[in-house]
Design a protein around this ligand. Sequence first.
Ligand code: BES
Ligand code: ZN
Ligand code: ZN
Length: 494
Amino acid sequence: MKTSVFVGDLADVKADILVVNLFEGVKEPGGATKRADALLGGKIQEAISLGEFTGKFGETLLLPAGEGIKARWVLVLGLGKKEGLTLDRVRHLSLYPVKTARKLGKRRIATVLHGAGAGGFRAEDAAYFLGLGYFLSAYSYDAYKERKEKSPAELVVVEVDRSKKGEIDDGLKRARAVAEGVNFARDLVNTPPMYLRPSDLARKAKGLAGGKVSVRVLDEKEIKKLGMNGLYSVGMGSSSPPRLIVATYRGGKAKEKPFAVVGKGVTFDTGGISLKKWEGMDRMKYDMAGAACALGVIKAASELGLKRNVVAVVPVAENMPSGNAYRPGDVIRMMSGKTVEVLTTDAEGRLILADAITYARKKVGVSAIVDVATLTGACVVALGGLAMGMMGNDRSLLDAFRQASDRSGERAWELPLYEEYGDQLRSEVADLKNIGGPEAGAITAGFFLKHFAEDTPWVHLDIAGVAWTEKERLGYAPGATGAGVRLITEYLRS
Ligand code: BES
Ligand code: ZN
Ligand code: ZN
């Protein structure tokens, strides 16, 4: 999508649809909306006075523009209550004009910034979130459809104050960089699992190499040799053997230790020998959303030109039942040396992540780690689709993620790792078992990983509830959401 900033009167901007806005409960529009109303001969005011348009969040009023306005249509967008407008809601709001444009078959949208005037947001932030919303909403996954979605191709931000142009340009540029990372992740997650087996994911990761990004892929022999038996065991049930992707972005000083993003890359999770029931199993193509996020972060970091070193460590496996599959009852010696008793082969994510965390610590030498994974159904039960679960072993890193969550608009809610939860992972035959029983499933999974993070500052993000949406939610269209990319990128940026 092309973007530009038009400085001048909104009557003069050439577009198919011109978007202005209204806070809920405002009886007489001001600013740009007042100007549009004057040009439309009072039609907006009329709709408000008749009570047919109230400015509720996401409500739209579409009016033919007529003479005096170069745009063809004017769309008034409800911003909801003034106190309730957050920057992430500015992102969310972009979905509605995009939907209108698709319905009308229109390609060029002009819009004012939302919340930059009466809302009090900085123009740069308002432009960033608005742009992000357009880039994310214009995305569609139709690789396997005959009829492709026609999405808007051009976005023009209309601003009367020339002094704000630079800030708006910067915000849009940043939005494009981050959205490329998010949409890269969405593409990977949306891909049918037959086309995204471990070797395919490794190949797609290699496509990121270039500039400051280098990518190395370890095959099953190297994985075995390193003693990464967690990853090896989970992956060897498949005819497409496991891989470890190590993608490095070098934007910082040569000596600076990289920050690691470890992403769960189960390209399909059948449950293995502990086979899942058939209903909803198709969803388990999304079980590599953590991997997609880690690679998306590398892409976003490189597009933004961040001045830091970042490494994505991505264990990739397909969890299948077969004659070579690992079994309940097996005891695995992990790369760290700890042994794990397998009670269900469906708790596979923590096994591959644990080895990847050890690899990051021992082989890469990282400053800190965030892992991101569609790890537990229990996290979906606890938080639903409105927040990811967050855990960790380092207060200041957790606080930094909490703040990055607030700034990015991606909600992360901390769950406690009280020592006593660790008791649930005690095994009779090994150092740990891979499940902690029916209670506190999201936490015991996090606790399992904590054993492998050891003294490295570490945060765990469980994105099982937020990486995919069945229905439109928080401004995200159905399908993969690219969860985590914005949060982690925002953490790295600060
Ligand atoms: N990939 C799943 C997590 C998952 C399950 C996400 C259901 C969304 C919905 C993970 O590998 C898994 O199967 N976890 C098990 C763990 C359990 C056996 C301890 C789960 O959550 O049921
Ligand atoms: Zn599983
Ligand atoms: Zn899984």
